[in-house]
Structure formats: C-alpha cells, structure tokens
Write a protein that binds this ligand. Sequence first.
Ligand code: FMN
Ligand code: MN
Length: 462
Amino acid sequence: MKGANGVPVLINQFGSEKRMKMALEVDELDEVAERIRQLMNMKSPEGFLEKIKMLPMLADMGKFFPKTVSTGPCKEVIKKKDFSLLDFPVLQCWPQDAGRFITLPCVITRDPKTGKRNTGMYRVQVYDETTAGMHWQRQKVAAEHYRDMLRMGAAGGNHNARSAVDIMARSAGGAVLAQGEKPEGRLEVAVAIGTDPAMTFSAIVPAPPEIEEFIIAGFLRRKPVELVKCETVDLEVPANAEIVLEGYVKLEELRTEGPFGDHTGFYSLADEYPVFHVTCITHRKNPIYATTIVGKPPMEDAFMGKAVERIFLPLMKLTLPEIVDVNLPVEGVFHNLMIVSIRKSYPGHARKVMNGIWSLGQAMFTKCVVVVDEDVNVQDIGEVVLKVFNNIDPERDIQYTLGPVDSLDHAARLPNYGSKMGVDATRKWPAEGFTRPWPDEIIMDDQTKSAVDKKWKELGLE
Ligand SMILES: Cc1cc2nc3c(=O)[nH]c(=O)nc-3n(C[C@H](O)[C@H](O)[C@H](O)COP(=O)(O)O)c2cc1C
Ligand SMILES: [Mn+2]
C-alpha cells in the first residue's frame, strides 16, 4: 500500500490462514502445536539410543534464545532530536477514533524485579510529535511492570507500599495521585514496528508472563532473535525492525486514550492510560510501516487468534488434560465465547473445566464457556447448537461466576469487572442427580442404508 512521506504501509500480512502459515513458516499450524507437544513430553532418556534421539531437539532448543548483536538494520537512521511520530503513515481507522493509532507495535518493557523483558502488542495513540498513549490493559504484563515500579517507588520513597496499593486500587491501569503522593521515576519502554512475523506474532500470544517473547519467537523461527541495544533506554529491540521508538512513561502521568474502533466490532471507550514520551527514533533507511485495522470480525486479527487457538491447545491440555478440542468462534471476539469438548470422567467435571479456564492466564477473560462431551465436534457450530441446546436444562446447567473481564467489555457492570457464564452441556449422569433415561441419537443403521442405496438405480434416481 502507498504510504505517506514516502514510507510505504504494510497491512494484512497475517490476513488469511495461508499468510499465517507463511508467517510461521509451516504447512499446517498443527506443526507448531506438535513441536510444543514434543517439548512438553520430554522425559529423561533411558539408554544411549534415546539420548542420541534427543540431540536434535536439544540443538533446536539452543536456537530459542535471543542473541545480542552490535548493530542492525533498525539503526540505519538514528534520530535523538528533531524526530516526529507524525513522520510515519499512522492510520486513523474509524470515524469516531480519537486520532491516529499505531496498531501493530511490539511494546517492550523490563520487569523491574527480575530484569526479564516482556513484549506485548498494545496499541499506541499518537498525541503529537513526541508523545503517545500506551494502551496496556491492567491485566497485561507491561501494566504489572508499571505497578511494580510504583510499588518500588512507594517503598523506597517517603511513602510506604501501602499507599502505592491505595493508588493502584483507585486506578489500576495507571495511577491517579493525590497531592504529596508522587512516586518518582519512570518505566522505560521501546516500541518495535515492522518486526519479523514470528516476532510480531509472539507479542500477541497469551504466554505465561515469565516467558520472554524473544524466546517464543526464537522457537517459532527456529533461529535466535537478534537484538540490539537501544540508544537512550536500557532495553534491547529486534535488530531487523523497520522502526523503533524509544522512551518512557512517567509513573504519575495519565491521559485519556481512545475511543478506538476495536476488534469487538464496537468502539472501546476512552479511559486513562500512561503517556509514552519518545526520546529517540531509529529506523531503516527506507522503512516500511507495518499496521493492521481491527473492527467487526473477521479482520486480520481473526487469523492470528485462530493460530493462537491451535498452537495453545497443547498448552491448555497441560493443565486441563481432559480437554479434547477448543473453538473460539471469531464472532465471539475471543473473550466472549469458548466452546470446549472434554473427556468427562467424574461428576461435576464440566464445572471443574470452566473454573480451570477462568484461571488460565488470559482465558480468565472468557465471558461464556460452553462445555460439551468429546463426541461433539466443536468446530461444527451446527452440531454444537444442536447438541448444546438439546442437552441443557438451563437453570440446572448454567454456572455464573464473577471476576475480571476484558477492558473492551462494554456490557459489564463495571469496567474490568463482571460476571461470566459457563454452560455445562455434557450429558448428565445419575451421579449428578440425573436419573431420567437419556435417549440415543438418531443414527440410521448400515443395513437400511445399503438397502436404500441399491434402490436408487432401480428407481432411475442415480
Ligand atoms: C492487533 C492487536 C492489538 C492489540 N491491542 C491491545 C491493546 O491495545 N491493549 C492490550 O492490552 N492488549 C492488546 N492486544 C492483546 C495483547 O497483545 C495480548 O493480550 C498479549 O498476549 C499481551 O501480552 P502480555 O501477556 O505480554 O501482556 C492486541 C492484540 C492484537 C492482535
Ligand atoms: Mn508476555
């Protein structure tokens, strides 16, 4: 696509199943799942032959870890002054958007406690040449880094940790400070735009917070991610990025971010978020600006979400081995609806799985979990609707609970907090108090089928 200021725009790089597979360099997404499964299944080798067999996998593992290199394409142009965010073709996507948003950024921060680096995709609203809004939702990893800085600032400064908790309780996405309550300091942030597709994808996967996305990208690429040091902050960024923004958020500063036409098909409401102050911009000589437009599904992110669904299935099974398959229909915008089939083994099993999902990383946001028996193909929505609504007694089979909800959920009673629903559509057992007979599904027998098949010709209906 033609860009602005001579900077071309790349959009829809992940916008089909085929492109998603190209991005991850596989023929089938299940190949990635299979590699994860093999890693998980790794057990101590018995005997010399088994040890030899493990060598390729161990060699492969060496490639997961990032390596720091002295320079790279993202350093071809370094601007420590006279830079501007407005130099890039940042899009305003929808009529009621508050402005222009960087929509495909890898946002890198460092855990102030452990030093580990996190990369998350959080949109960035451009306010002017050097400042922007940092839309990390409060349950995401960078928001926790920010709160950790607040906690540490409060503990080390002239106020105690207790007051930091109060501050966070008032506005956990950032901090609204009363007079005299000013934790000093800043959290450094680097934003890489236009990274290797495996790196970009790693920024969206709901990985455990303690795993660096650089390692996930290395695993996906089967090649280490090459990193270079930033110019003005103590962070590293992928060396081959097209554009890098370096800067910081001040701990005491919030500003209105949004509204923004979001992947729910609605505008996400304006809210207070930290402000990103840019201290340096580096880029390639002829950079390409990578972006995406989210909106009513299906859009580009639908294909990324489906890839996450496939790739994460083995990881879900690690905690919930009874899970057979999972479907997050794209119209369910990933946090509204999860359909899951299980191998039911004991009374109340479906409810155990619901609770497991609601406590499994970002699956905690799932507003509605539908649990079916393993004989239901969850990828076939027709079959799901037929079985689920035949099998439930709603008052008996619906489980409500309360908890954190996605920041984009506009229907919840409060921002970020609301109810969830689980539907136990498994066949009910006597051990669960269901003593009525359960009818068989209608399935034609083979004898009748072949008898009818033979008649087609006779009747001239071939
Ligand atoms: C195109 C796109 C835009 C996203 N925008 C945001 C955002 O603005 N804020 C946010 O918190 N998460 C956003 N997400 C989801 C996060 O990237 C995702 O939850 C990720 O796992 C967060 O990483 P973390 O676990 O390291 O925090 C977006 C995802 C995609 C695919
Ligand atoms: Mn992370």
